[in-house]
Design a protein around this ligand. Structure first.
Ligand code: 1YM
Length: 634
């Protein structure tokens, strides 16, 4: 039995604060927040590996909705703390207790993470910690948000060392959430890339799925993985150096694609919003390529230099820095941006010097990349001219003609309330035009096949009629000149049939928006409509089911005779039905597209737009990086 004295009351107050405002500690209480709990515990295991103890981590999604994380490090401390409690109890019940025990230079945790194991305990219905240490297995259990269920005790002998933590998130806090094997595996794979030699197993007991990640070539493997579905122009270039106590590791490779994808990490934490190290890297490569081109007389005619964007076309790079804690500065609301000014100059000079040396030694690679950069410059010039001409009215009348024949505009001109539906096919477009609320809803039917934005360059894209129509209807530019705040619509809603073709069109459109109007996604203005899959008629009563599960639920809670219609396409619904089920803001469901994680989105988009069909279907089903937002599900 736990005894409640003054300190334990204080501790409970601390944990209670976490339970009252979970968002402050883990960001949110949706699926994403629940996965934060896993990252917290895994981060502790990784810290142990970084400190030189252990080389194997297991993450198990258990059948009962709990997660187990195990490592083979030293085992969490079990001795007596000055408070009279076991060190283990202190670590798992006092907020930020970790710091007092650790003396290492680089910590894995930064930003939102690293708020500690006690936060996970506070948000768990049940937690068990096993420490294998000093020949003994010791166990402590907690329940209901960190209350000691049974204090630390020896439960066996062992010749192993390590820590096993099992926790069950409190269902009162995380409603209707479950752990995703895909989300956990993808993150663990990234971790394994950054930690050479570490093995991470991810096991899903419920779905009987397993994955093992282990890399001996770190960042090189990472870049190879990111580019495996693309045409690579040369072997991965990698370099490392340390200056002013800042350690820089970089791997980079060009592919024949038109996109740039740069990922960066600081002390193993992803800097989603970049920062000084990325700026330094970009300046470094621009300088290195320009110097090389100049010194080898590669510039022709009036060209005298390449822009940063030119030398980044088709570039995949991973940048990883280790910065001592006293120099660490993070910026931005989510602390995803590195501020440390020294990181810029250090990364720039290491990049410039290493790349300069590499280019001199590898003439063929240098010429391949520079040839691509020069072509990029020409293509971007052409695209800019085309845009200007469109703006200055050269092709305006032709476009306006196309637009007026296709677009059913909204009566309102208010971009804060207007919605644009991109609708697959003409017949569905007709129903949508008939069913909409014309005050604020506009319909743009898409007829031809949407061009694949992954494979086409910007000037090719601009020649595609469907894409052109979308760009001009949204009215906020495209590519580098895109500005989401100029969008004519508050919501752009992709409405397709719930079949494979519809899924394909969704992916093509999402790829286009992701590559060329990313700001629209970042501002939360891009959505997928959710048309129903079934109509159930019970005499006078009618239901719509949007998933197979819902169909069963409706059938179970409404026994009796009914006729079920499976909708094969939007065209089978009349305008009223389409309005009622899919377009009416009061009753519809929308999926808001968000980029949780640009690297995953990046990888996913290139995988999906390759030739494989299966992963595309899985993706549509799982919505891994474009998450379902519960708020929009009625
Ligand atoms: C499955 C999760 O938490 N492993 C883990 C945690 C710790 C240690 C070892 C550890 C650290 C130190 C000394 C040290 C933690 N220690 C602390 C605290 N795996 C997992 N493995 N001995 C053991 O840093 O000095 C918090 S976690 F607080 F003691 F530092």
């Amino acid at each position: 039995m736990a005894k409640y004295d003054e300190t334990s009351i204080k501790i409970l107050e601390g944990l209670e604060a976490v339970r009252k405002r979970p968002g402050m500690y883990i960001g949110s209480t949706d699926k994403r927040g629940m996965h934060h709990l896993v990252w917290e515990i895994v981060d502790n295991a990784i810290d142990e590996v970084i400190n030189g103890y252990g080389n194997h981590i297991k993450v198990i999604i258990n059948n009962d909705g709990s997660v187990t994380v195990a490592d083979n490090g030293r085992g969490v401390p079990t001795g007596m703390h000055e408070s009279g409690k076991s060190a283990t109890e202190v670590i798992y019940t006092i907020l930020h207790a970790g710091g007092k025990f650790t003396e290492d230079g680089y910590k894995v945790s930064g930003g939102l993470h690293g708020v500690g194991a006690s936060v996970v305990n506070a948000l768990s219905k049940y937690m068990q910690v096993l420490s294998y240490r000093d020949g003994k297995i010791c166990m402590i259990e907690f329940e209901n948000g960190g209350k000691v269920k049974s204090p630390l005790k020896e439960v066996g002998k062992t010749n192993k060392t390590g820590t096993i933590v099992k926790f069950l998130p409190d269902p009162e806090i995380f409603k209707n959430c479950n752990f995703s094997f895909t989300t956990i595996s993808e993150r663990m794979q990234e971790t394994a890339f950054l930690q050479n030699g570490l093995t991470i197993d991810v096991i899903d007991e419920a779905d009987k799925k397993e994955a093992r990640y282990h890399y001996d070539n770190g960042l090189i493997s990472f870049v190879e993985y990111m580019n495996e579905d693309k045409e690579q122009l040369h072997k991965v270039i990698s370099f490392s150096n340390t200056k002013n106590k800042i350690e820089v590791d970089i791997a980079m490779q060009y592919t024949s694609s038109y996109n740039e994808s740069i990922l960066s990490f600081v002390n193993n934490v992803k800097t989603v919003d970049g920062g000084s190290h990325e700026v330094g890297f970009k300046t470094g490569i621009t300088k290195a390529f320009n110097d090389y081109a100049k010194n080898n007389n590669l510039f022709k005619g009036k060209d005298t230099s390449l822009d940063g964007a030119d030398v980044r076309e088709g570039l995949t790079a991973v940048i990883s820095l280790k910065i001592p804690e006293e120099l660490l500065q993070f910026e931005g609301q989510t602390k995803g941006k590195l501020g440390t000014p020294e990181a810029r100059s250090v990364t720039e000079s290491i990049t410039y010097e290493s790349l300069k040396f590499f280019l001199e030694e590898n003439k063929e690679v240098a010429l391949t990349i520079l040839d691509k950069a020069m072509k990029s410059k020409v293509a971007r010039e052409a695209a800019r001219k085309a845009r200007e001409e469109a703006r200055n009215g050269k092709n305006k009348s032709k476009l306006e003609k196309i637009l007026s024949s296709k677009l059913a505009p909204a009566q309102s001109k208010n971009p804060k309330i207007n919605e644009l539906f991109l609708v697959e096919g003409n017949s569905a477009g007709g129903s949508a035009k008939g069913g909409r609320d014309r005050k604020f809803q506009a319909i743009l039917p898409l007829r031809g096949k949407v061009i694949n934005g992954e494979k086409a360059s910007l000037d090719e894209l601009l020649k595609n009629e469907e894409i052109n129509t979308i760009i001009h209807t949204v009215g906020a530019g495209v590519g580098q000149s895109f500005d989401a705040s100029e969008s004519n619509y508050d919501k752009v809603i992709i409405m397709t049939d719930a079949d494979v073709d519809g899924a394909h069109i969704q992916v093509l459109l999402l790829t286009f928006f992701y590559r060329y109007m990313r700001g629209l996604i970042e501002d939360g203005k891009l959505y997928l409509a959710m048309p129903p899959l079934y109509k159930l008629d019970y005499g006078k009563k009618r239901f719509y089911a949007y998933t197979d599960e819902e169909l069963n639920e409706i059938k179970n809670s409404n026994p009796g005779k009914c006729t079920i219609q499976r909708y094969k396409g939007l065209g089978e619904m009349n305008p009223e039905q389409l309005w009622e089920t899919t377009m009416n803001p009061d009753t519809r469901s929308l999926i808001r597209i968000n980029i949780n994680d640009a690297s995953l989105a990046e990888k996913r988009v290139s995988v999906l737009m390759g030739d494989k069909v299966e992963p595309r279907k899985d993706w549509i089903n799982e919505n891994v990086e474009f998450t379902m937002e519960d708020d929009y599900r009625i």
